[in-house]
Structure formats: C-alpha cells, structure tokens
Design a protein around this ligand. Structure first.
Ligand code: G6P
Length: 368
C-alpha cells in the first residue's frame, strides 16, 4: 500500500506523531490485561531464566535502544548485559555467555553487520533473540526467537517510531526476564503493566510540547556544535539525541555521559555552546545538576529535558526547559526520545536539509 505523508511536511514528523499508536501496537501483544501480566513468549523467557549473562548487539539507533535496555536488564532482571555495536562485535571474536542469549535489535532486520554478528552467535551456540520490525527479514528468519516491534513501515531514514517501539519491546523483555529469574514481585509486575499501558497517552502529552521545541530549535540553527548529556538510563538517550541531530541537521553533536564531562568535553565549552541535558528526576539527578553548574559557569547554554520535580530543582540554572509528564524508570527514557526527535527535526527544517533522506545516509545498510 502507498504510504502518504498526509497533513505532515515530512515522513519524519508524521512518524514522530504516530508514536502513540505505534507504541500501543508494539506493547499490547505482550500484555494480558485481564491478569495484568507481561509475556514475551516462552522461548525467550526460558532462555533468560537460566542465563548467566547476555550480549546485546545492534547498529545506529537500534544500538542505543539496546544500550538503554542494559540498564533495565541489570537493575530489574539482575542480568548482566554486555552491549556492542555489530561491526566491532563480529570481528573481535567475542567470548559469548555460556548459557545466556545474544539479543539483536534491528528495524530492517537486514543490516549486514548485525546479521553477521547473529551468524557468529549461532555458530557458537548462543541462542539469538531478535527484536525486529520486519518479520520477514533475514535477522528474523535466522534467530531462535523473535520478539517483534509493530512500529509499521518507517520511511524517514532517521529512525524515530522504530526506536521507541524497540525500547518498549526491550522493556517487555527485561521485565519478562526479571519474572523468569524470580526478581519481579506480582505487585511490581502490575505496576509496570500500568506504566507500559500509559505510555501512548504520555507520549501524546509529550508531543504537546512541540511549539516550545520548535522555538528552541530556532536558536540552534547557527550552532556549530551541540553537546548532549545524560546519566544512567538517560546516557544512551543523550547519545541518540546527538545522533538524531547530526543525521538530519548536519550540525556536529556529541553525546556524553554527564559524569565523564570533566574528562574532556568540558574543554569545548565556551560562551553560548548549547548543551541539551536529558535529566528527568531520579536518584542521579543531583549529580547531573552539578554537571549543569559546571557547564553553566563556563558560559554553556542549558536546554533541560526533565519532569516537574527536576525542573523545579534546577531553578534558574536552565536557559530553556522542556517538560515531560511524570513516569517511572521504564516509561521515562522512552518519553525523553520525543523532544529529542522533535528538536532534531525542527533544527533540520529551519536549516532546509533533506529531512527524510539526509545526504550520505541509507535507511538500511545491507552491505558492509
Ligand atoms: C542505518 C539507519 C539508522 C539505523 C541503522 C540500523 O544507519 O540510517 O536509522 O538505526 O541503520 O538499522 P536497523 O535496520 O538494523 O535498525
């Protein structure tokens, strides 16, 4: 079927706005609403139950989804997850978990390096679990278990709705792993089910900040560099925010772990350097806030993405704030993707780049 942009100027904006639906489609198959339980499928659950550790492999945006999931797997399922980009993993002769799975994340299911990494794991008898958006793809066919995302076809080269669908399905997997490993109490499972089910509504709320983001984007069009900072589960989101901006606006952007700032990137900070801080309130918030102070003292201009509590605590340290609805440690990283996507999009539009087909990029990299 022909996919059209409809009322939207670009597929990227259309796909950003589709996320309440693409998330609902991706989450609902894994939830039993009657019993308030999560089920990712027996094969995946059995593999996780006895796993000593896991590896998670992907490229590009899908890699950042895997990187975010590492925090959920470790903190909720008590499972060590080593993440790597496929092009490194496939050639370094990695030592695989003895009993654990190799997790592959891919929108297209055809990325050459990711597929080669999967074949390496198969040859070495590590069960492959694939989170893919295209169920007929090579990666889907060759994996032992597939846990599909249902984002629908993604046309914009820079991934948006596929990314949040990957995060949601990886959250489901982490929670199923937690359950299979005996680390999820019944009350907690119901609480996470509620959180997952509330995501589409919260994403709609997050999309309402579009006018503010559009205004902030106008202030970034002349920037030569933009720094993105985050800690803990928001560190991979900072990396993804920087990637998104690079891909569509061609502005150099760098994502960094906030705590690593003083080991290098702080040297870049000069008057008016824009710094996007991804920091909803959590137990690391105060630490990130002290990093914000360090960059502010050197003239950096702070764009803070946070929730009510974080924004209050930050007070006048932020030059611009982007407010998200309250959410837990599963839903919040997914919500932070929304303003990051919108920011990249509106900077790109203001600069007049080819948003849906940025120069030099391909939707699916099927050759090395
Ligand atoms: C390309 C695309 C990215 C994507 C990456 C991985 O670089 O431009 O948007 O994240 O490939 O693709 P996959 O289909 O494996 O998720």
């Amino acid at each position: 079927a022909l996919i059209e942009r409809g009322e939207y100027d670009h597929f990227m904006l259309k796909e950003i706005h589709e996320q309440p639906e693409s998330l609902a489609r991706s989450i609902l198959p894994y939830i039993d609403q009657a019993t308030q339980t999560i089920q990712a499928g027996d094969t995946a659950s059995d593999i996780f139950a006895g796993a000593d550790r896991a590896v998670a492999i992907a490229c590009g945006t899908a890699y950042y989804a895997a990187h975010t999931a590492k925090y959920w797997f470790e903190q909720i399922a008590k499972l060590a997850v080593e993440t790597d980009i496929a092009s490194e993993f496939r050639y370094r002769k990695p030592v695989l978990p003895v009993t654990g799975p190799a997790l592959f994340v891919s929108q297209s299911g055809e990325t050459a390096d990711t597929l080669a990494a999967l074949r390496y794991c198969r040859e070495n008898k590590s069960p492959a679990i694939a989170v893919v958006n295209v169920p007929e793809s090579s990666i889907a066919r060759e994996a032992k278990a597939i846990v599909p995302t249902h984002a629908g076809p993604e046309i914009g080269v820079a991934s948006t709705k596929a990314f949040t669908a990957q995060l949601a399905v990886l959250a489901v997997l982490a929670l199923s792993a937690a359950k299979a490993r005996g680390h999820l109490k019944a009350g907690d499972e119901a609480k996470y089910v509620k959180s997952l089910l509330s995501l589409p509504r919260k994403v709609s709320e997050a999309l309402e900040v579009q006018p503010e983001i559009k205004a902030i984007a106008q202030t970034l069009t002349k920037a030569k560099d933009v720094l993105f900072l985050g800690r803990g589960r928001y560190f991979p989101l900072a990396l993804e925010g920087a990637l998104k901006l690079k891909e569509v606006s061609y502005i150099h952007a760098e994502g960094y772990a906030a705590g690593e700032l003083k080991h290098g990137p702080i040297a870049l900070i000069e008057q008016d350097l824009p710094i996007v801080v991804v920091a909803p309130y959590d137990d690391l918030f105060e630490k990130t806030l002290s990093n914000v102070e360090e960059v502010r003292a050197r003239g950096g201009r702070i764009i803070l993405i946070s929730d009510d509590k974080g924004i209050k605590l930050a007070g006048n340290r932020a030059d611009h704030v982007i407010r998200l609805p309250d959410a837990d440690e599963i839903a919040m990283p997914i919500l932070t993707a929304i303003p990051l996507q919108l920011l990249a999009y509106f900077v790109a539009v203001a600069k007049g780049t080819d948003v849906d087909q940025p120069r030099n990029l391909a939707k699916s990299v099927t050759v090395e």
